[in-house]
Ligand binder design. Structure first.
Ligand SMILES: O=C1O[C@H](COP(=O)(O)O)[C@@H](O)[C@H](O)[C@H]1O
Length: 241
């Protein structure tokens, strides 16, 4: 595991953008495509803006395929739909072709939406093992990642899959990659900043004794891939030196 700590959010996003570009270049050189899983929430907005503007000419965007590690069970035009922010900040400005973007179809019931999303991804990978080049993840202040929330069925889901999950504390369904699917990726990067995330980072990064049910982000541990945390000083203020 690699822990990269930044003084400012600008430095963090700049370095993370360079890292995305490097993995994109390597993946395109090797396989002529880059399978990139985006994270939702609000944290990645500045990164997506940066990729779509200053970094516009540094990636062969027509060779990039976009996925979402989790989705909220709301319509695609709802401001809480993870795909919408990515669409506005990254995908539309770059004119990404529709057949290169894998949105979760939330017009379907959550369970069906998860099944159909997995089917579409299986098809993209041609029935081969689903190994993404890069999965970008956020982390909630409750240490959830993707939509693997504390004390939910997804914490114990050992299948390489995309599943629907009822999150009691939000009184809503989510659709999410399972941890075993995330852990197959070649590269997994967490983007976490702000002091409201400090308690979560303390446990996810610092604890030797794991408690997955309480801190689901601890489940992320790629089998053969690399795990990198891009965090700011505020989020690491409770980590012991
Ligand atoms: O609900 C979600 O939250 C996490 C963290 O979001 P943030 O706004 O604190 O960055 C996010 O990673 C996940 O994709 C999203 O569905």
């Amino acid at each position: 595991m690699n822990l990269l700590i930044y003084k400012t959010l600008e430095e963090l996003n700049q370095d993370l953008a360079d890292y995305v570009i490097k993995i994109a270049e390597m993946s395109i050189e090797e396989n002529d495509r880059f399978n990139f899983v985006l994270t939702g929430g609000s944290s990645p907005k500045a990164l997506y803006n940066l990729l779509a503007t200053e970094c516009e000419h540094r990636i062969e965007w027509e060779k990039v395929y976009f996925f979402f590690g989790d989705e909220r069970n709301v319509p695609a035009d709802d401001e809480n739909y993870n795909g919408l922010m990515a669409k506005k900040a990254l995908l539309d400005p770059l004119n990404i072709k529709a057949d290169h973007i894998f949105y979760v179809d939330t017009t379907l019931a959550p369970e069906k939406a998860a099944i159909e999303y997995k089917k579409a991804i299986d098809k993209h990978f041609n029935g081969e093992d689903i190994v993404f080049d890069l999965i970008l993840l956020g982390m909630g202040d409750d240490a959830h990642t993707a939509s693997i929330f504390p004390h939910t069925t997804l914490v114990k889901d050992e299948e390489v899959n995309i599943a629907s999950v009822f999150v009691e504390k939000l009184d809503t369904y989510r659709i999410s990659f399972t941890a075993p699917l995330i852990n197959k990726a070649d590269n997994v990067a967490f983007l976490v900043f702000g002091d409201n995330k400090a308690e979560a980072i303390k446990h996810v990064v610092g604890d030797q004794q794991k408690d997955f049910d309480t801190y689901p982000s601890q489940l992320i541990d790629p089998i053969d891939g690399k795990l990198t945390f891009f965090v700011d000083e505020a989020a690491t203020k409770l980590l012991a030196d």
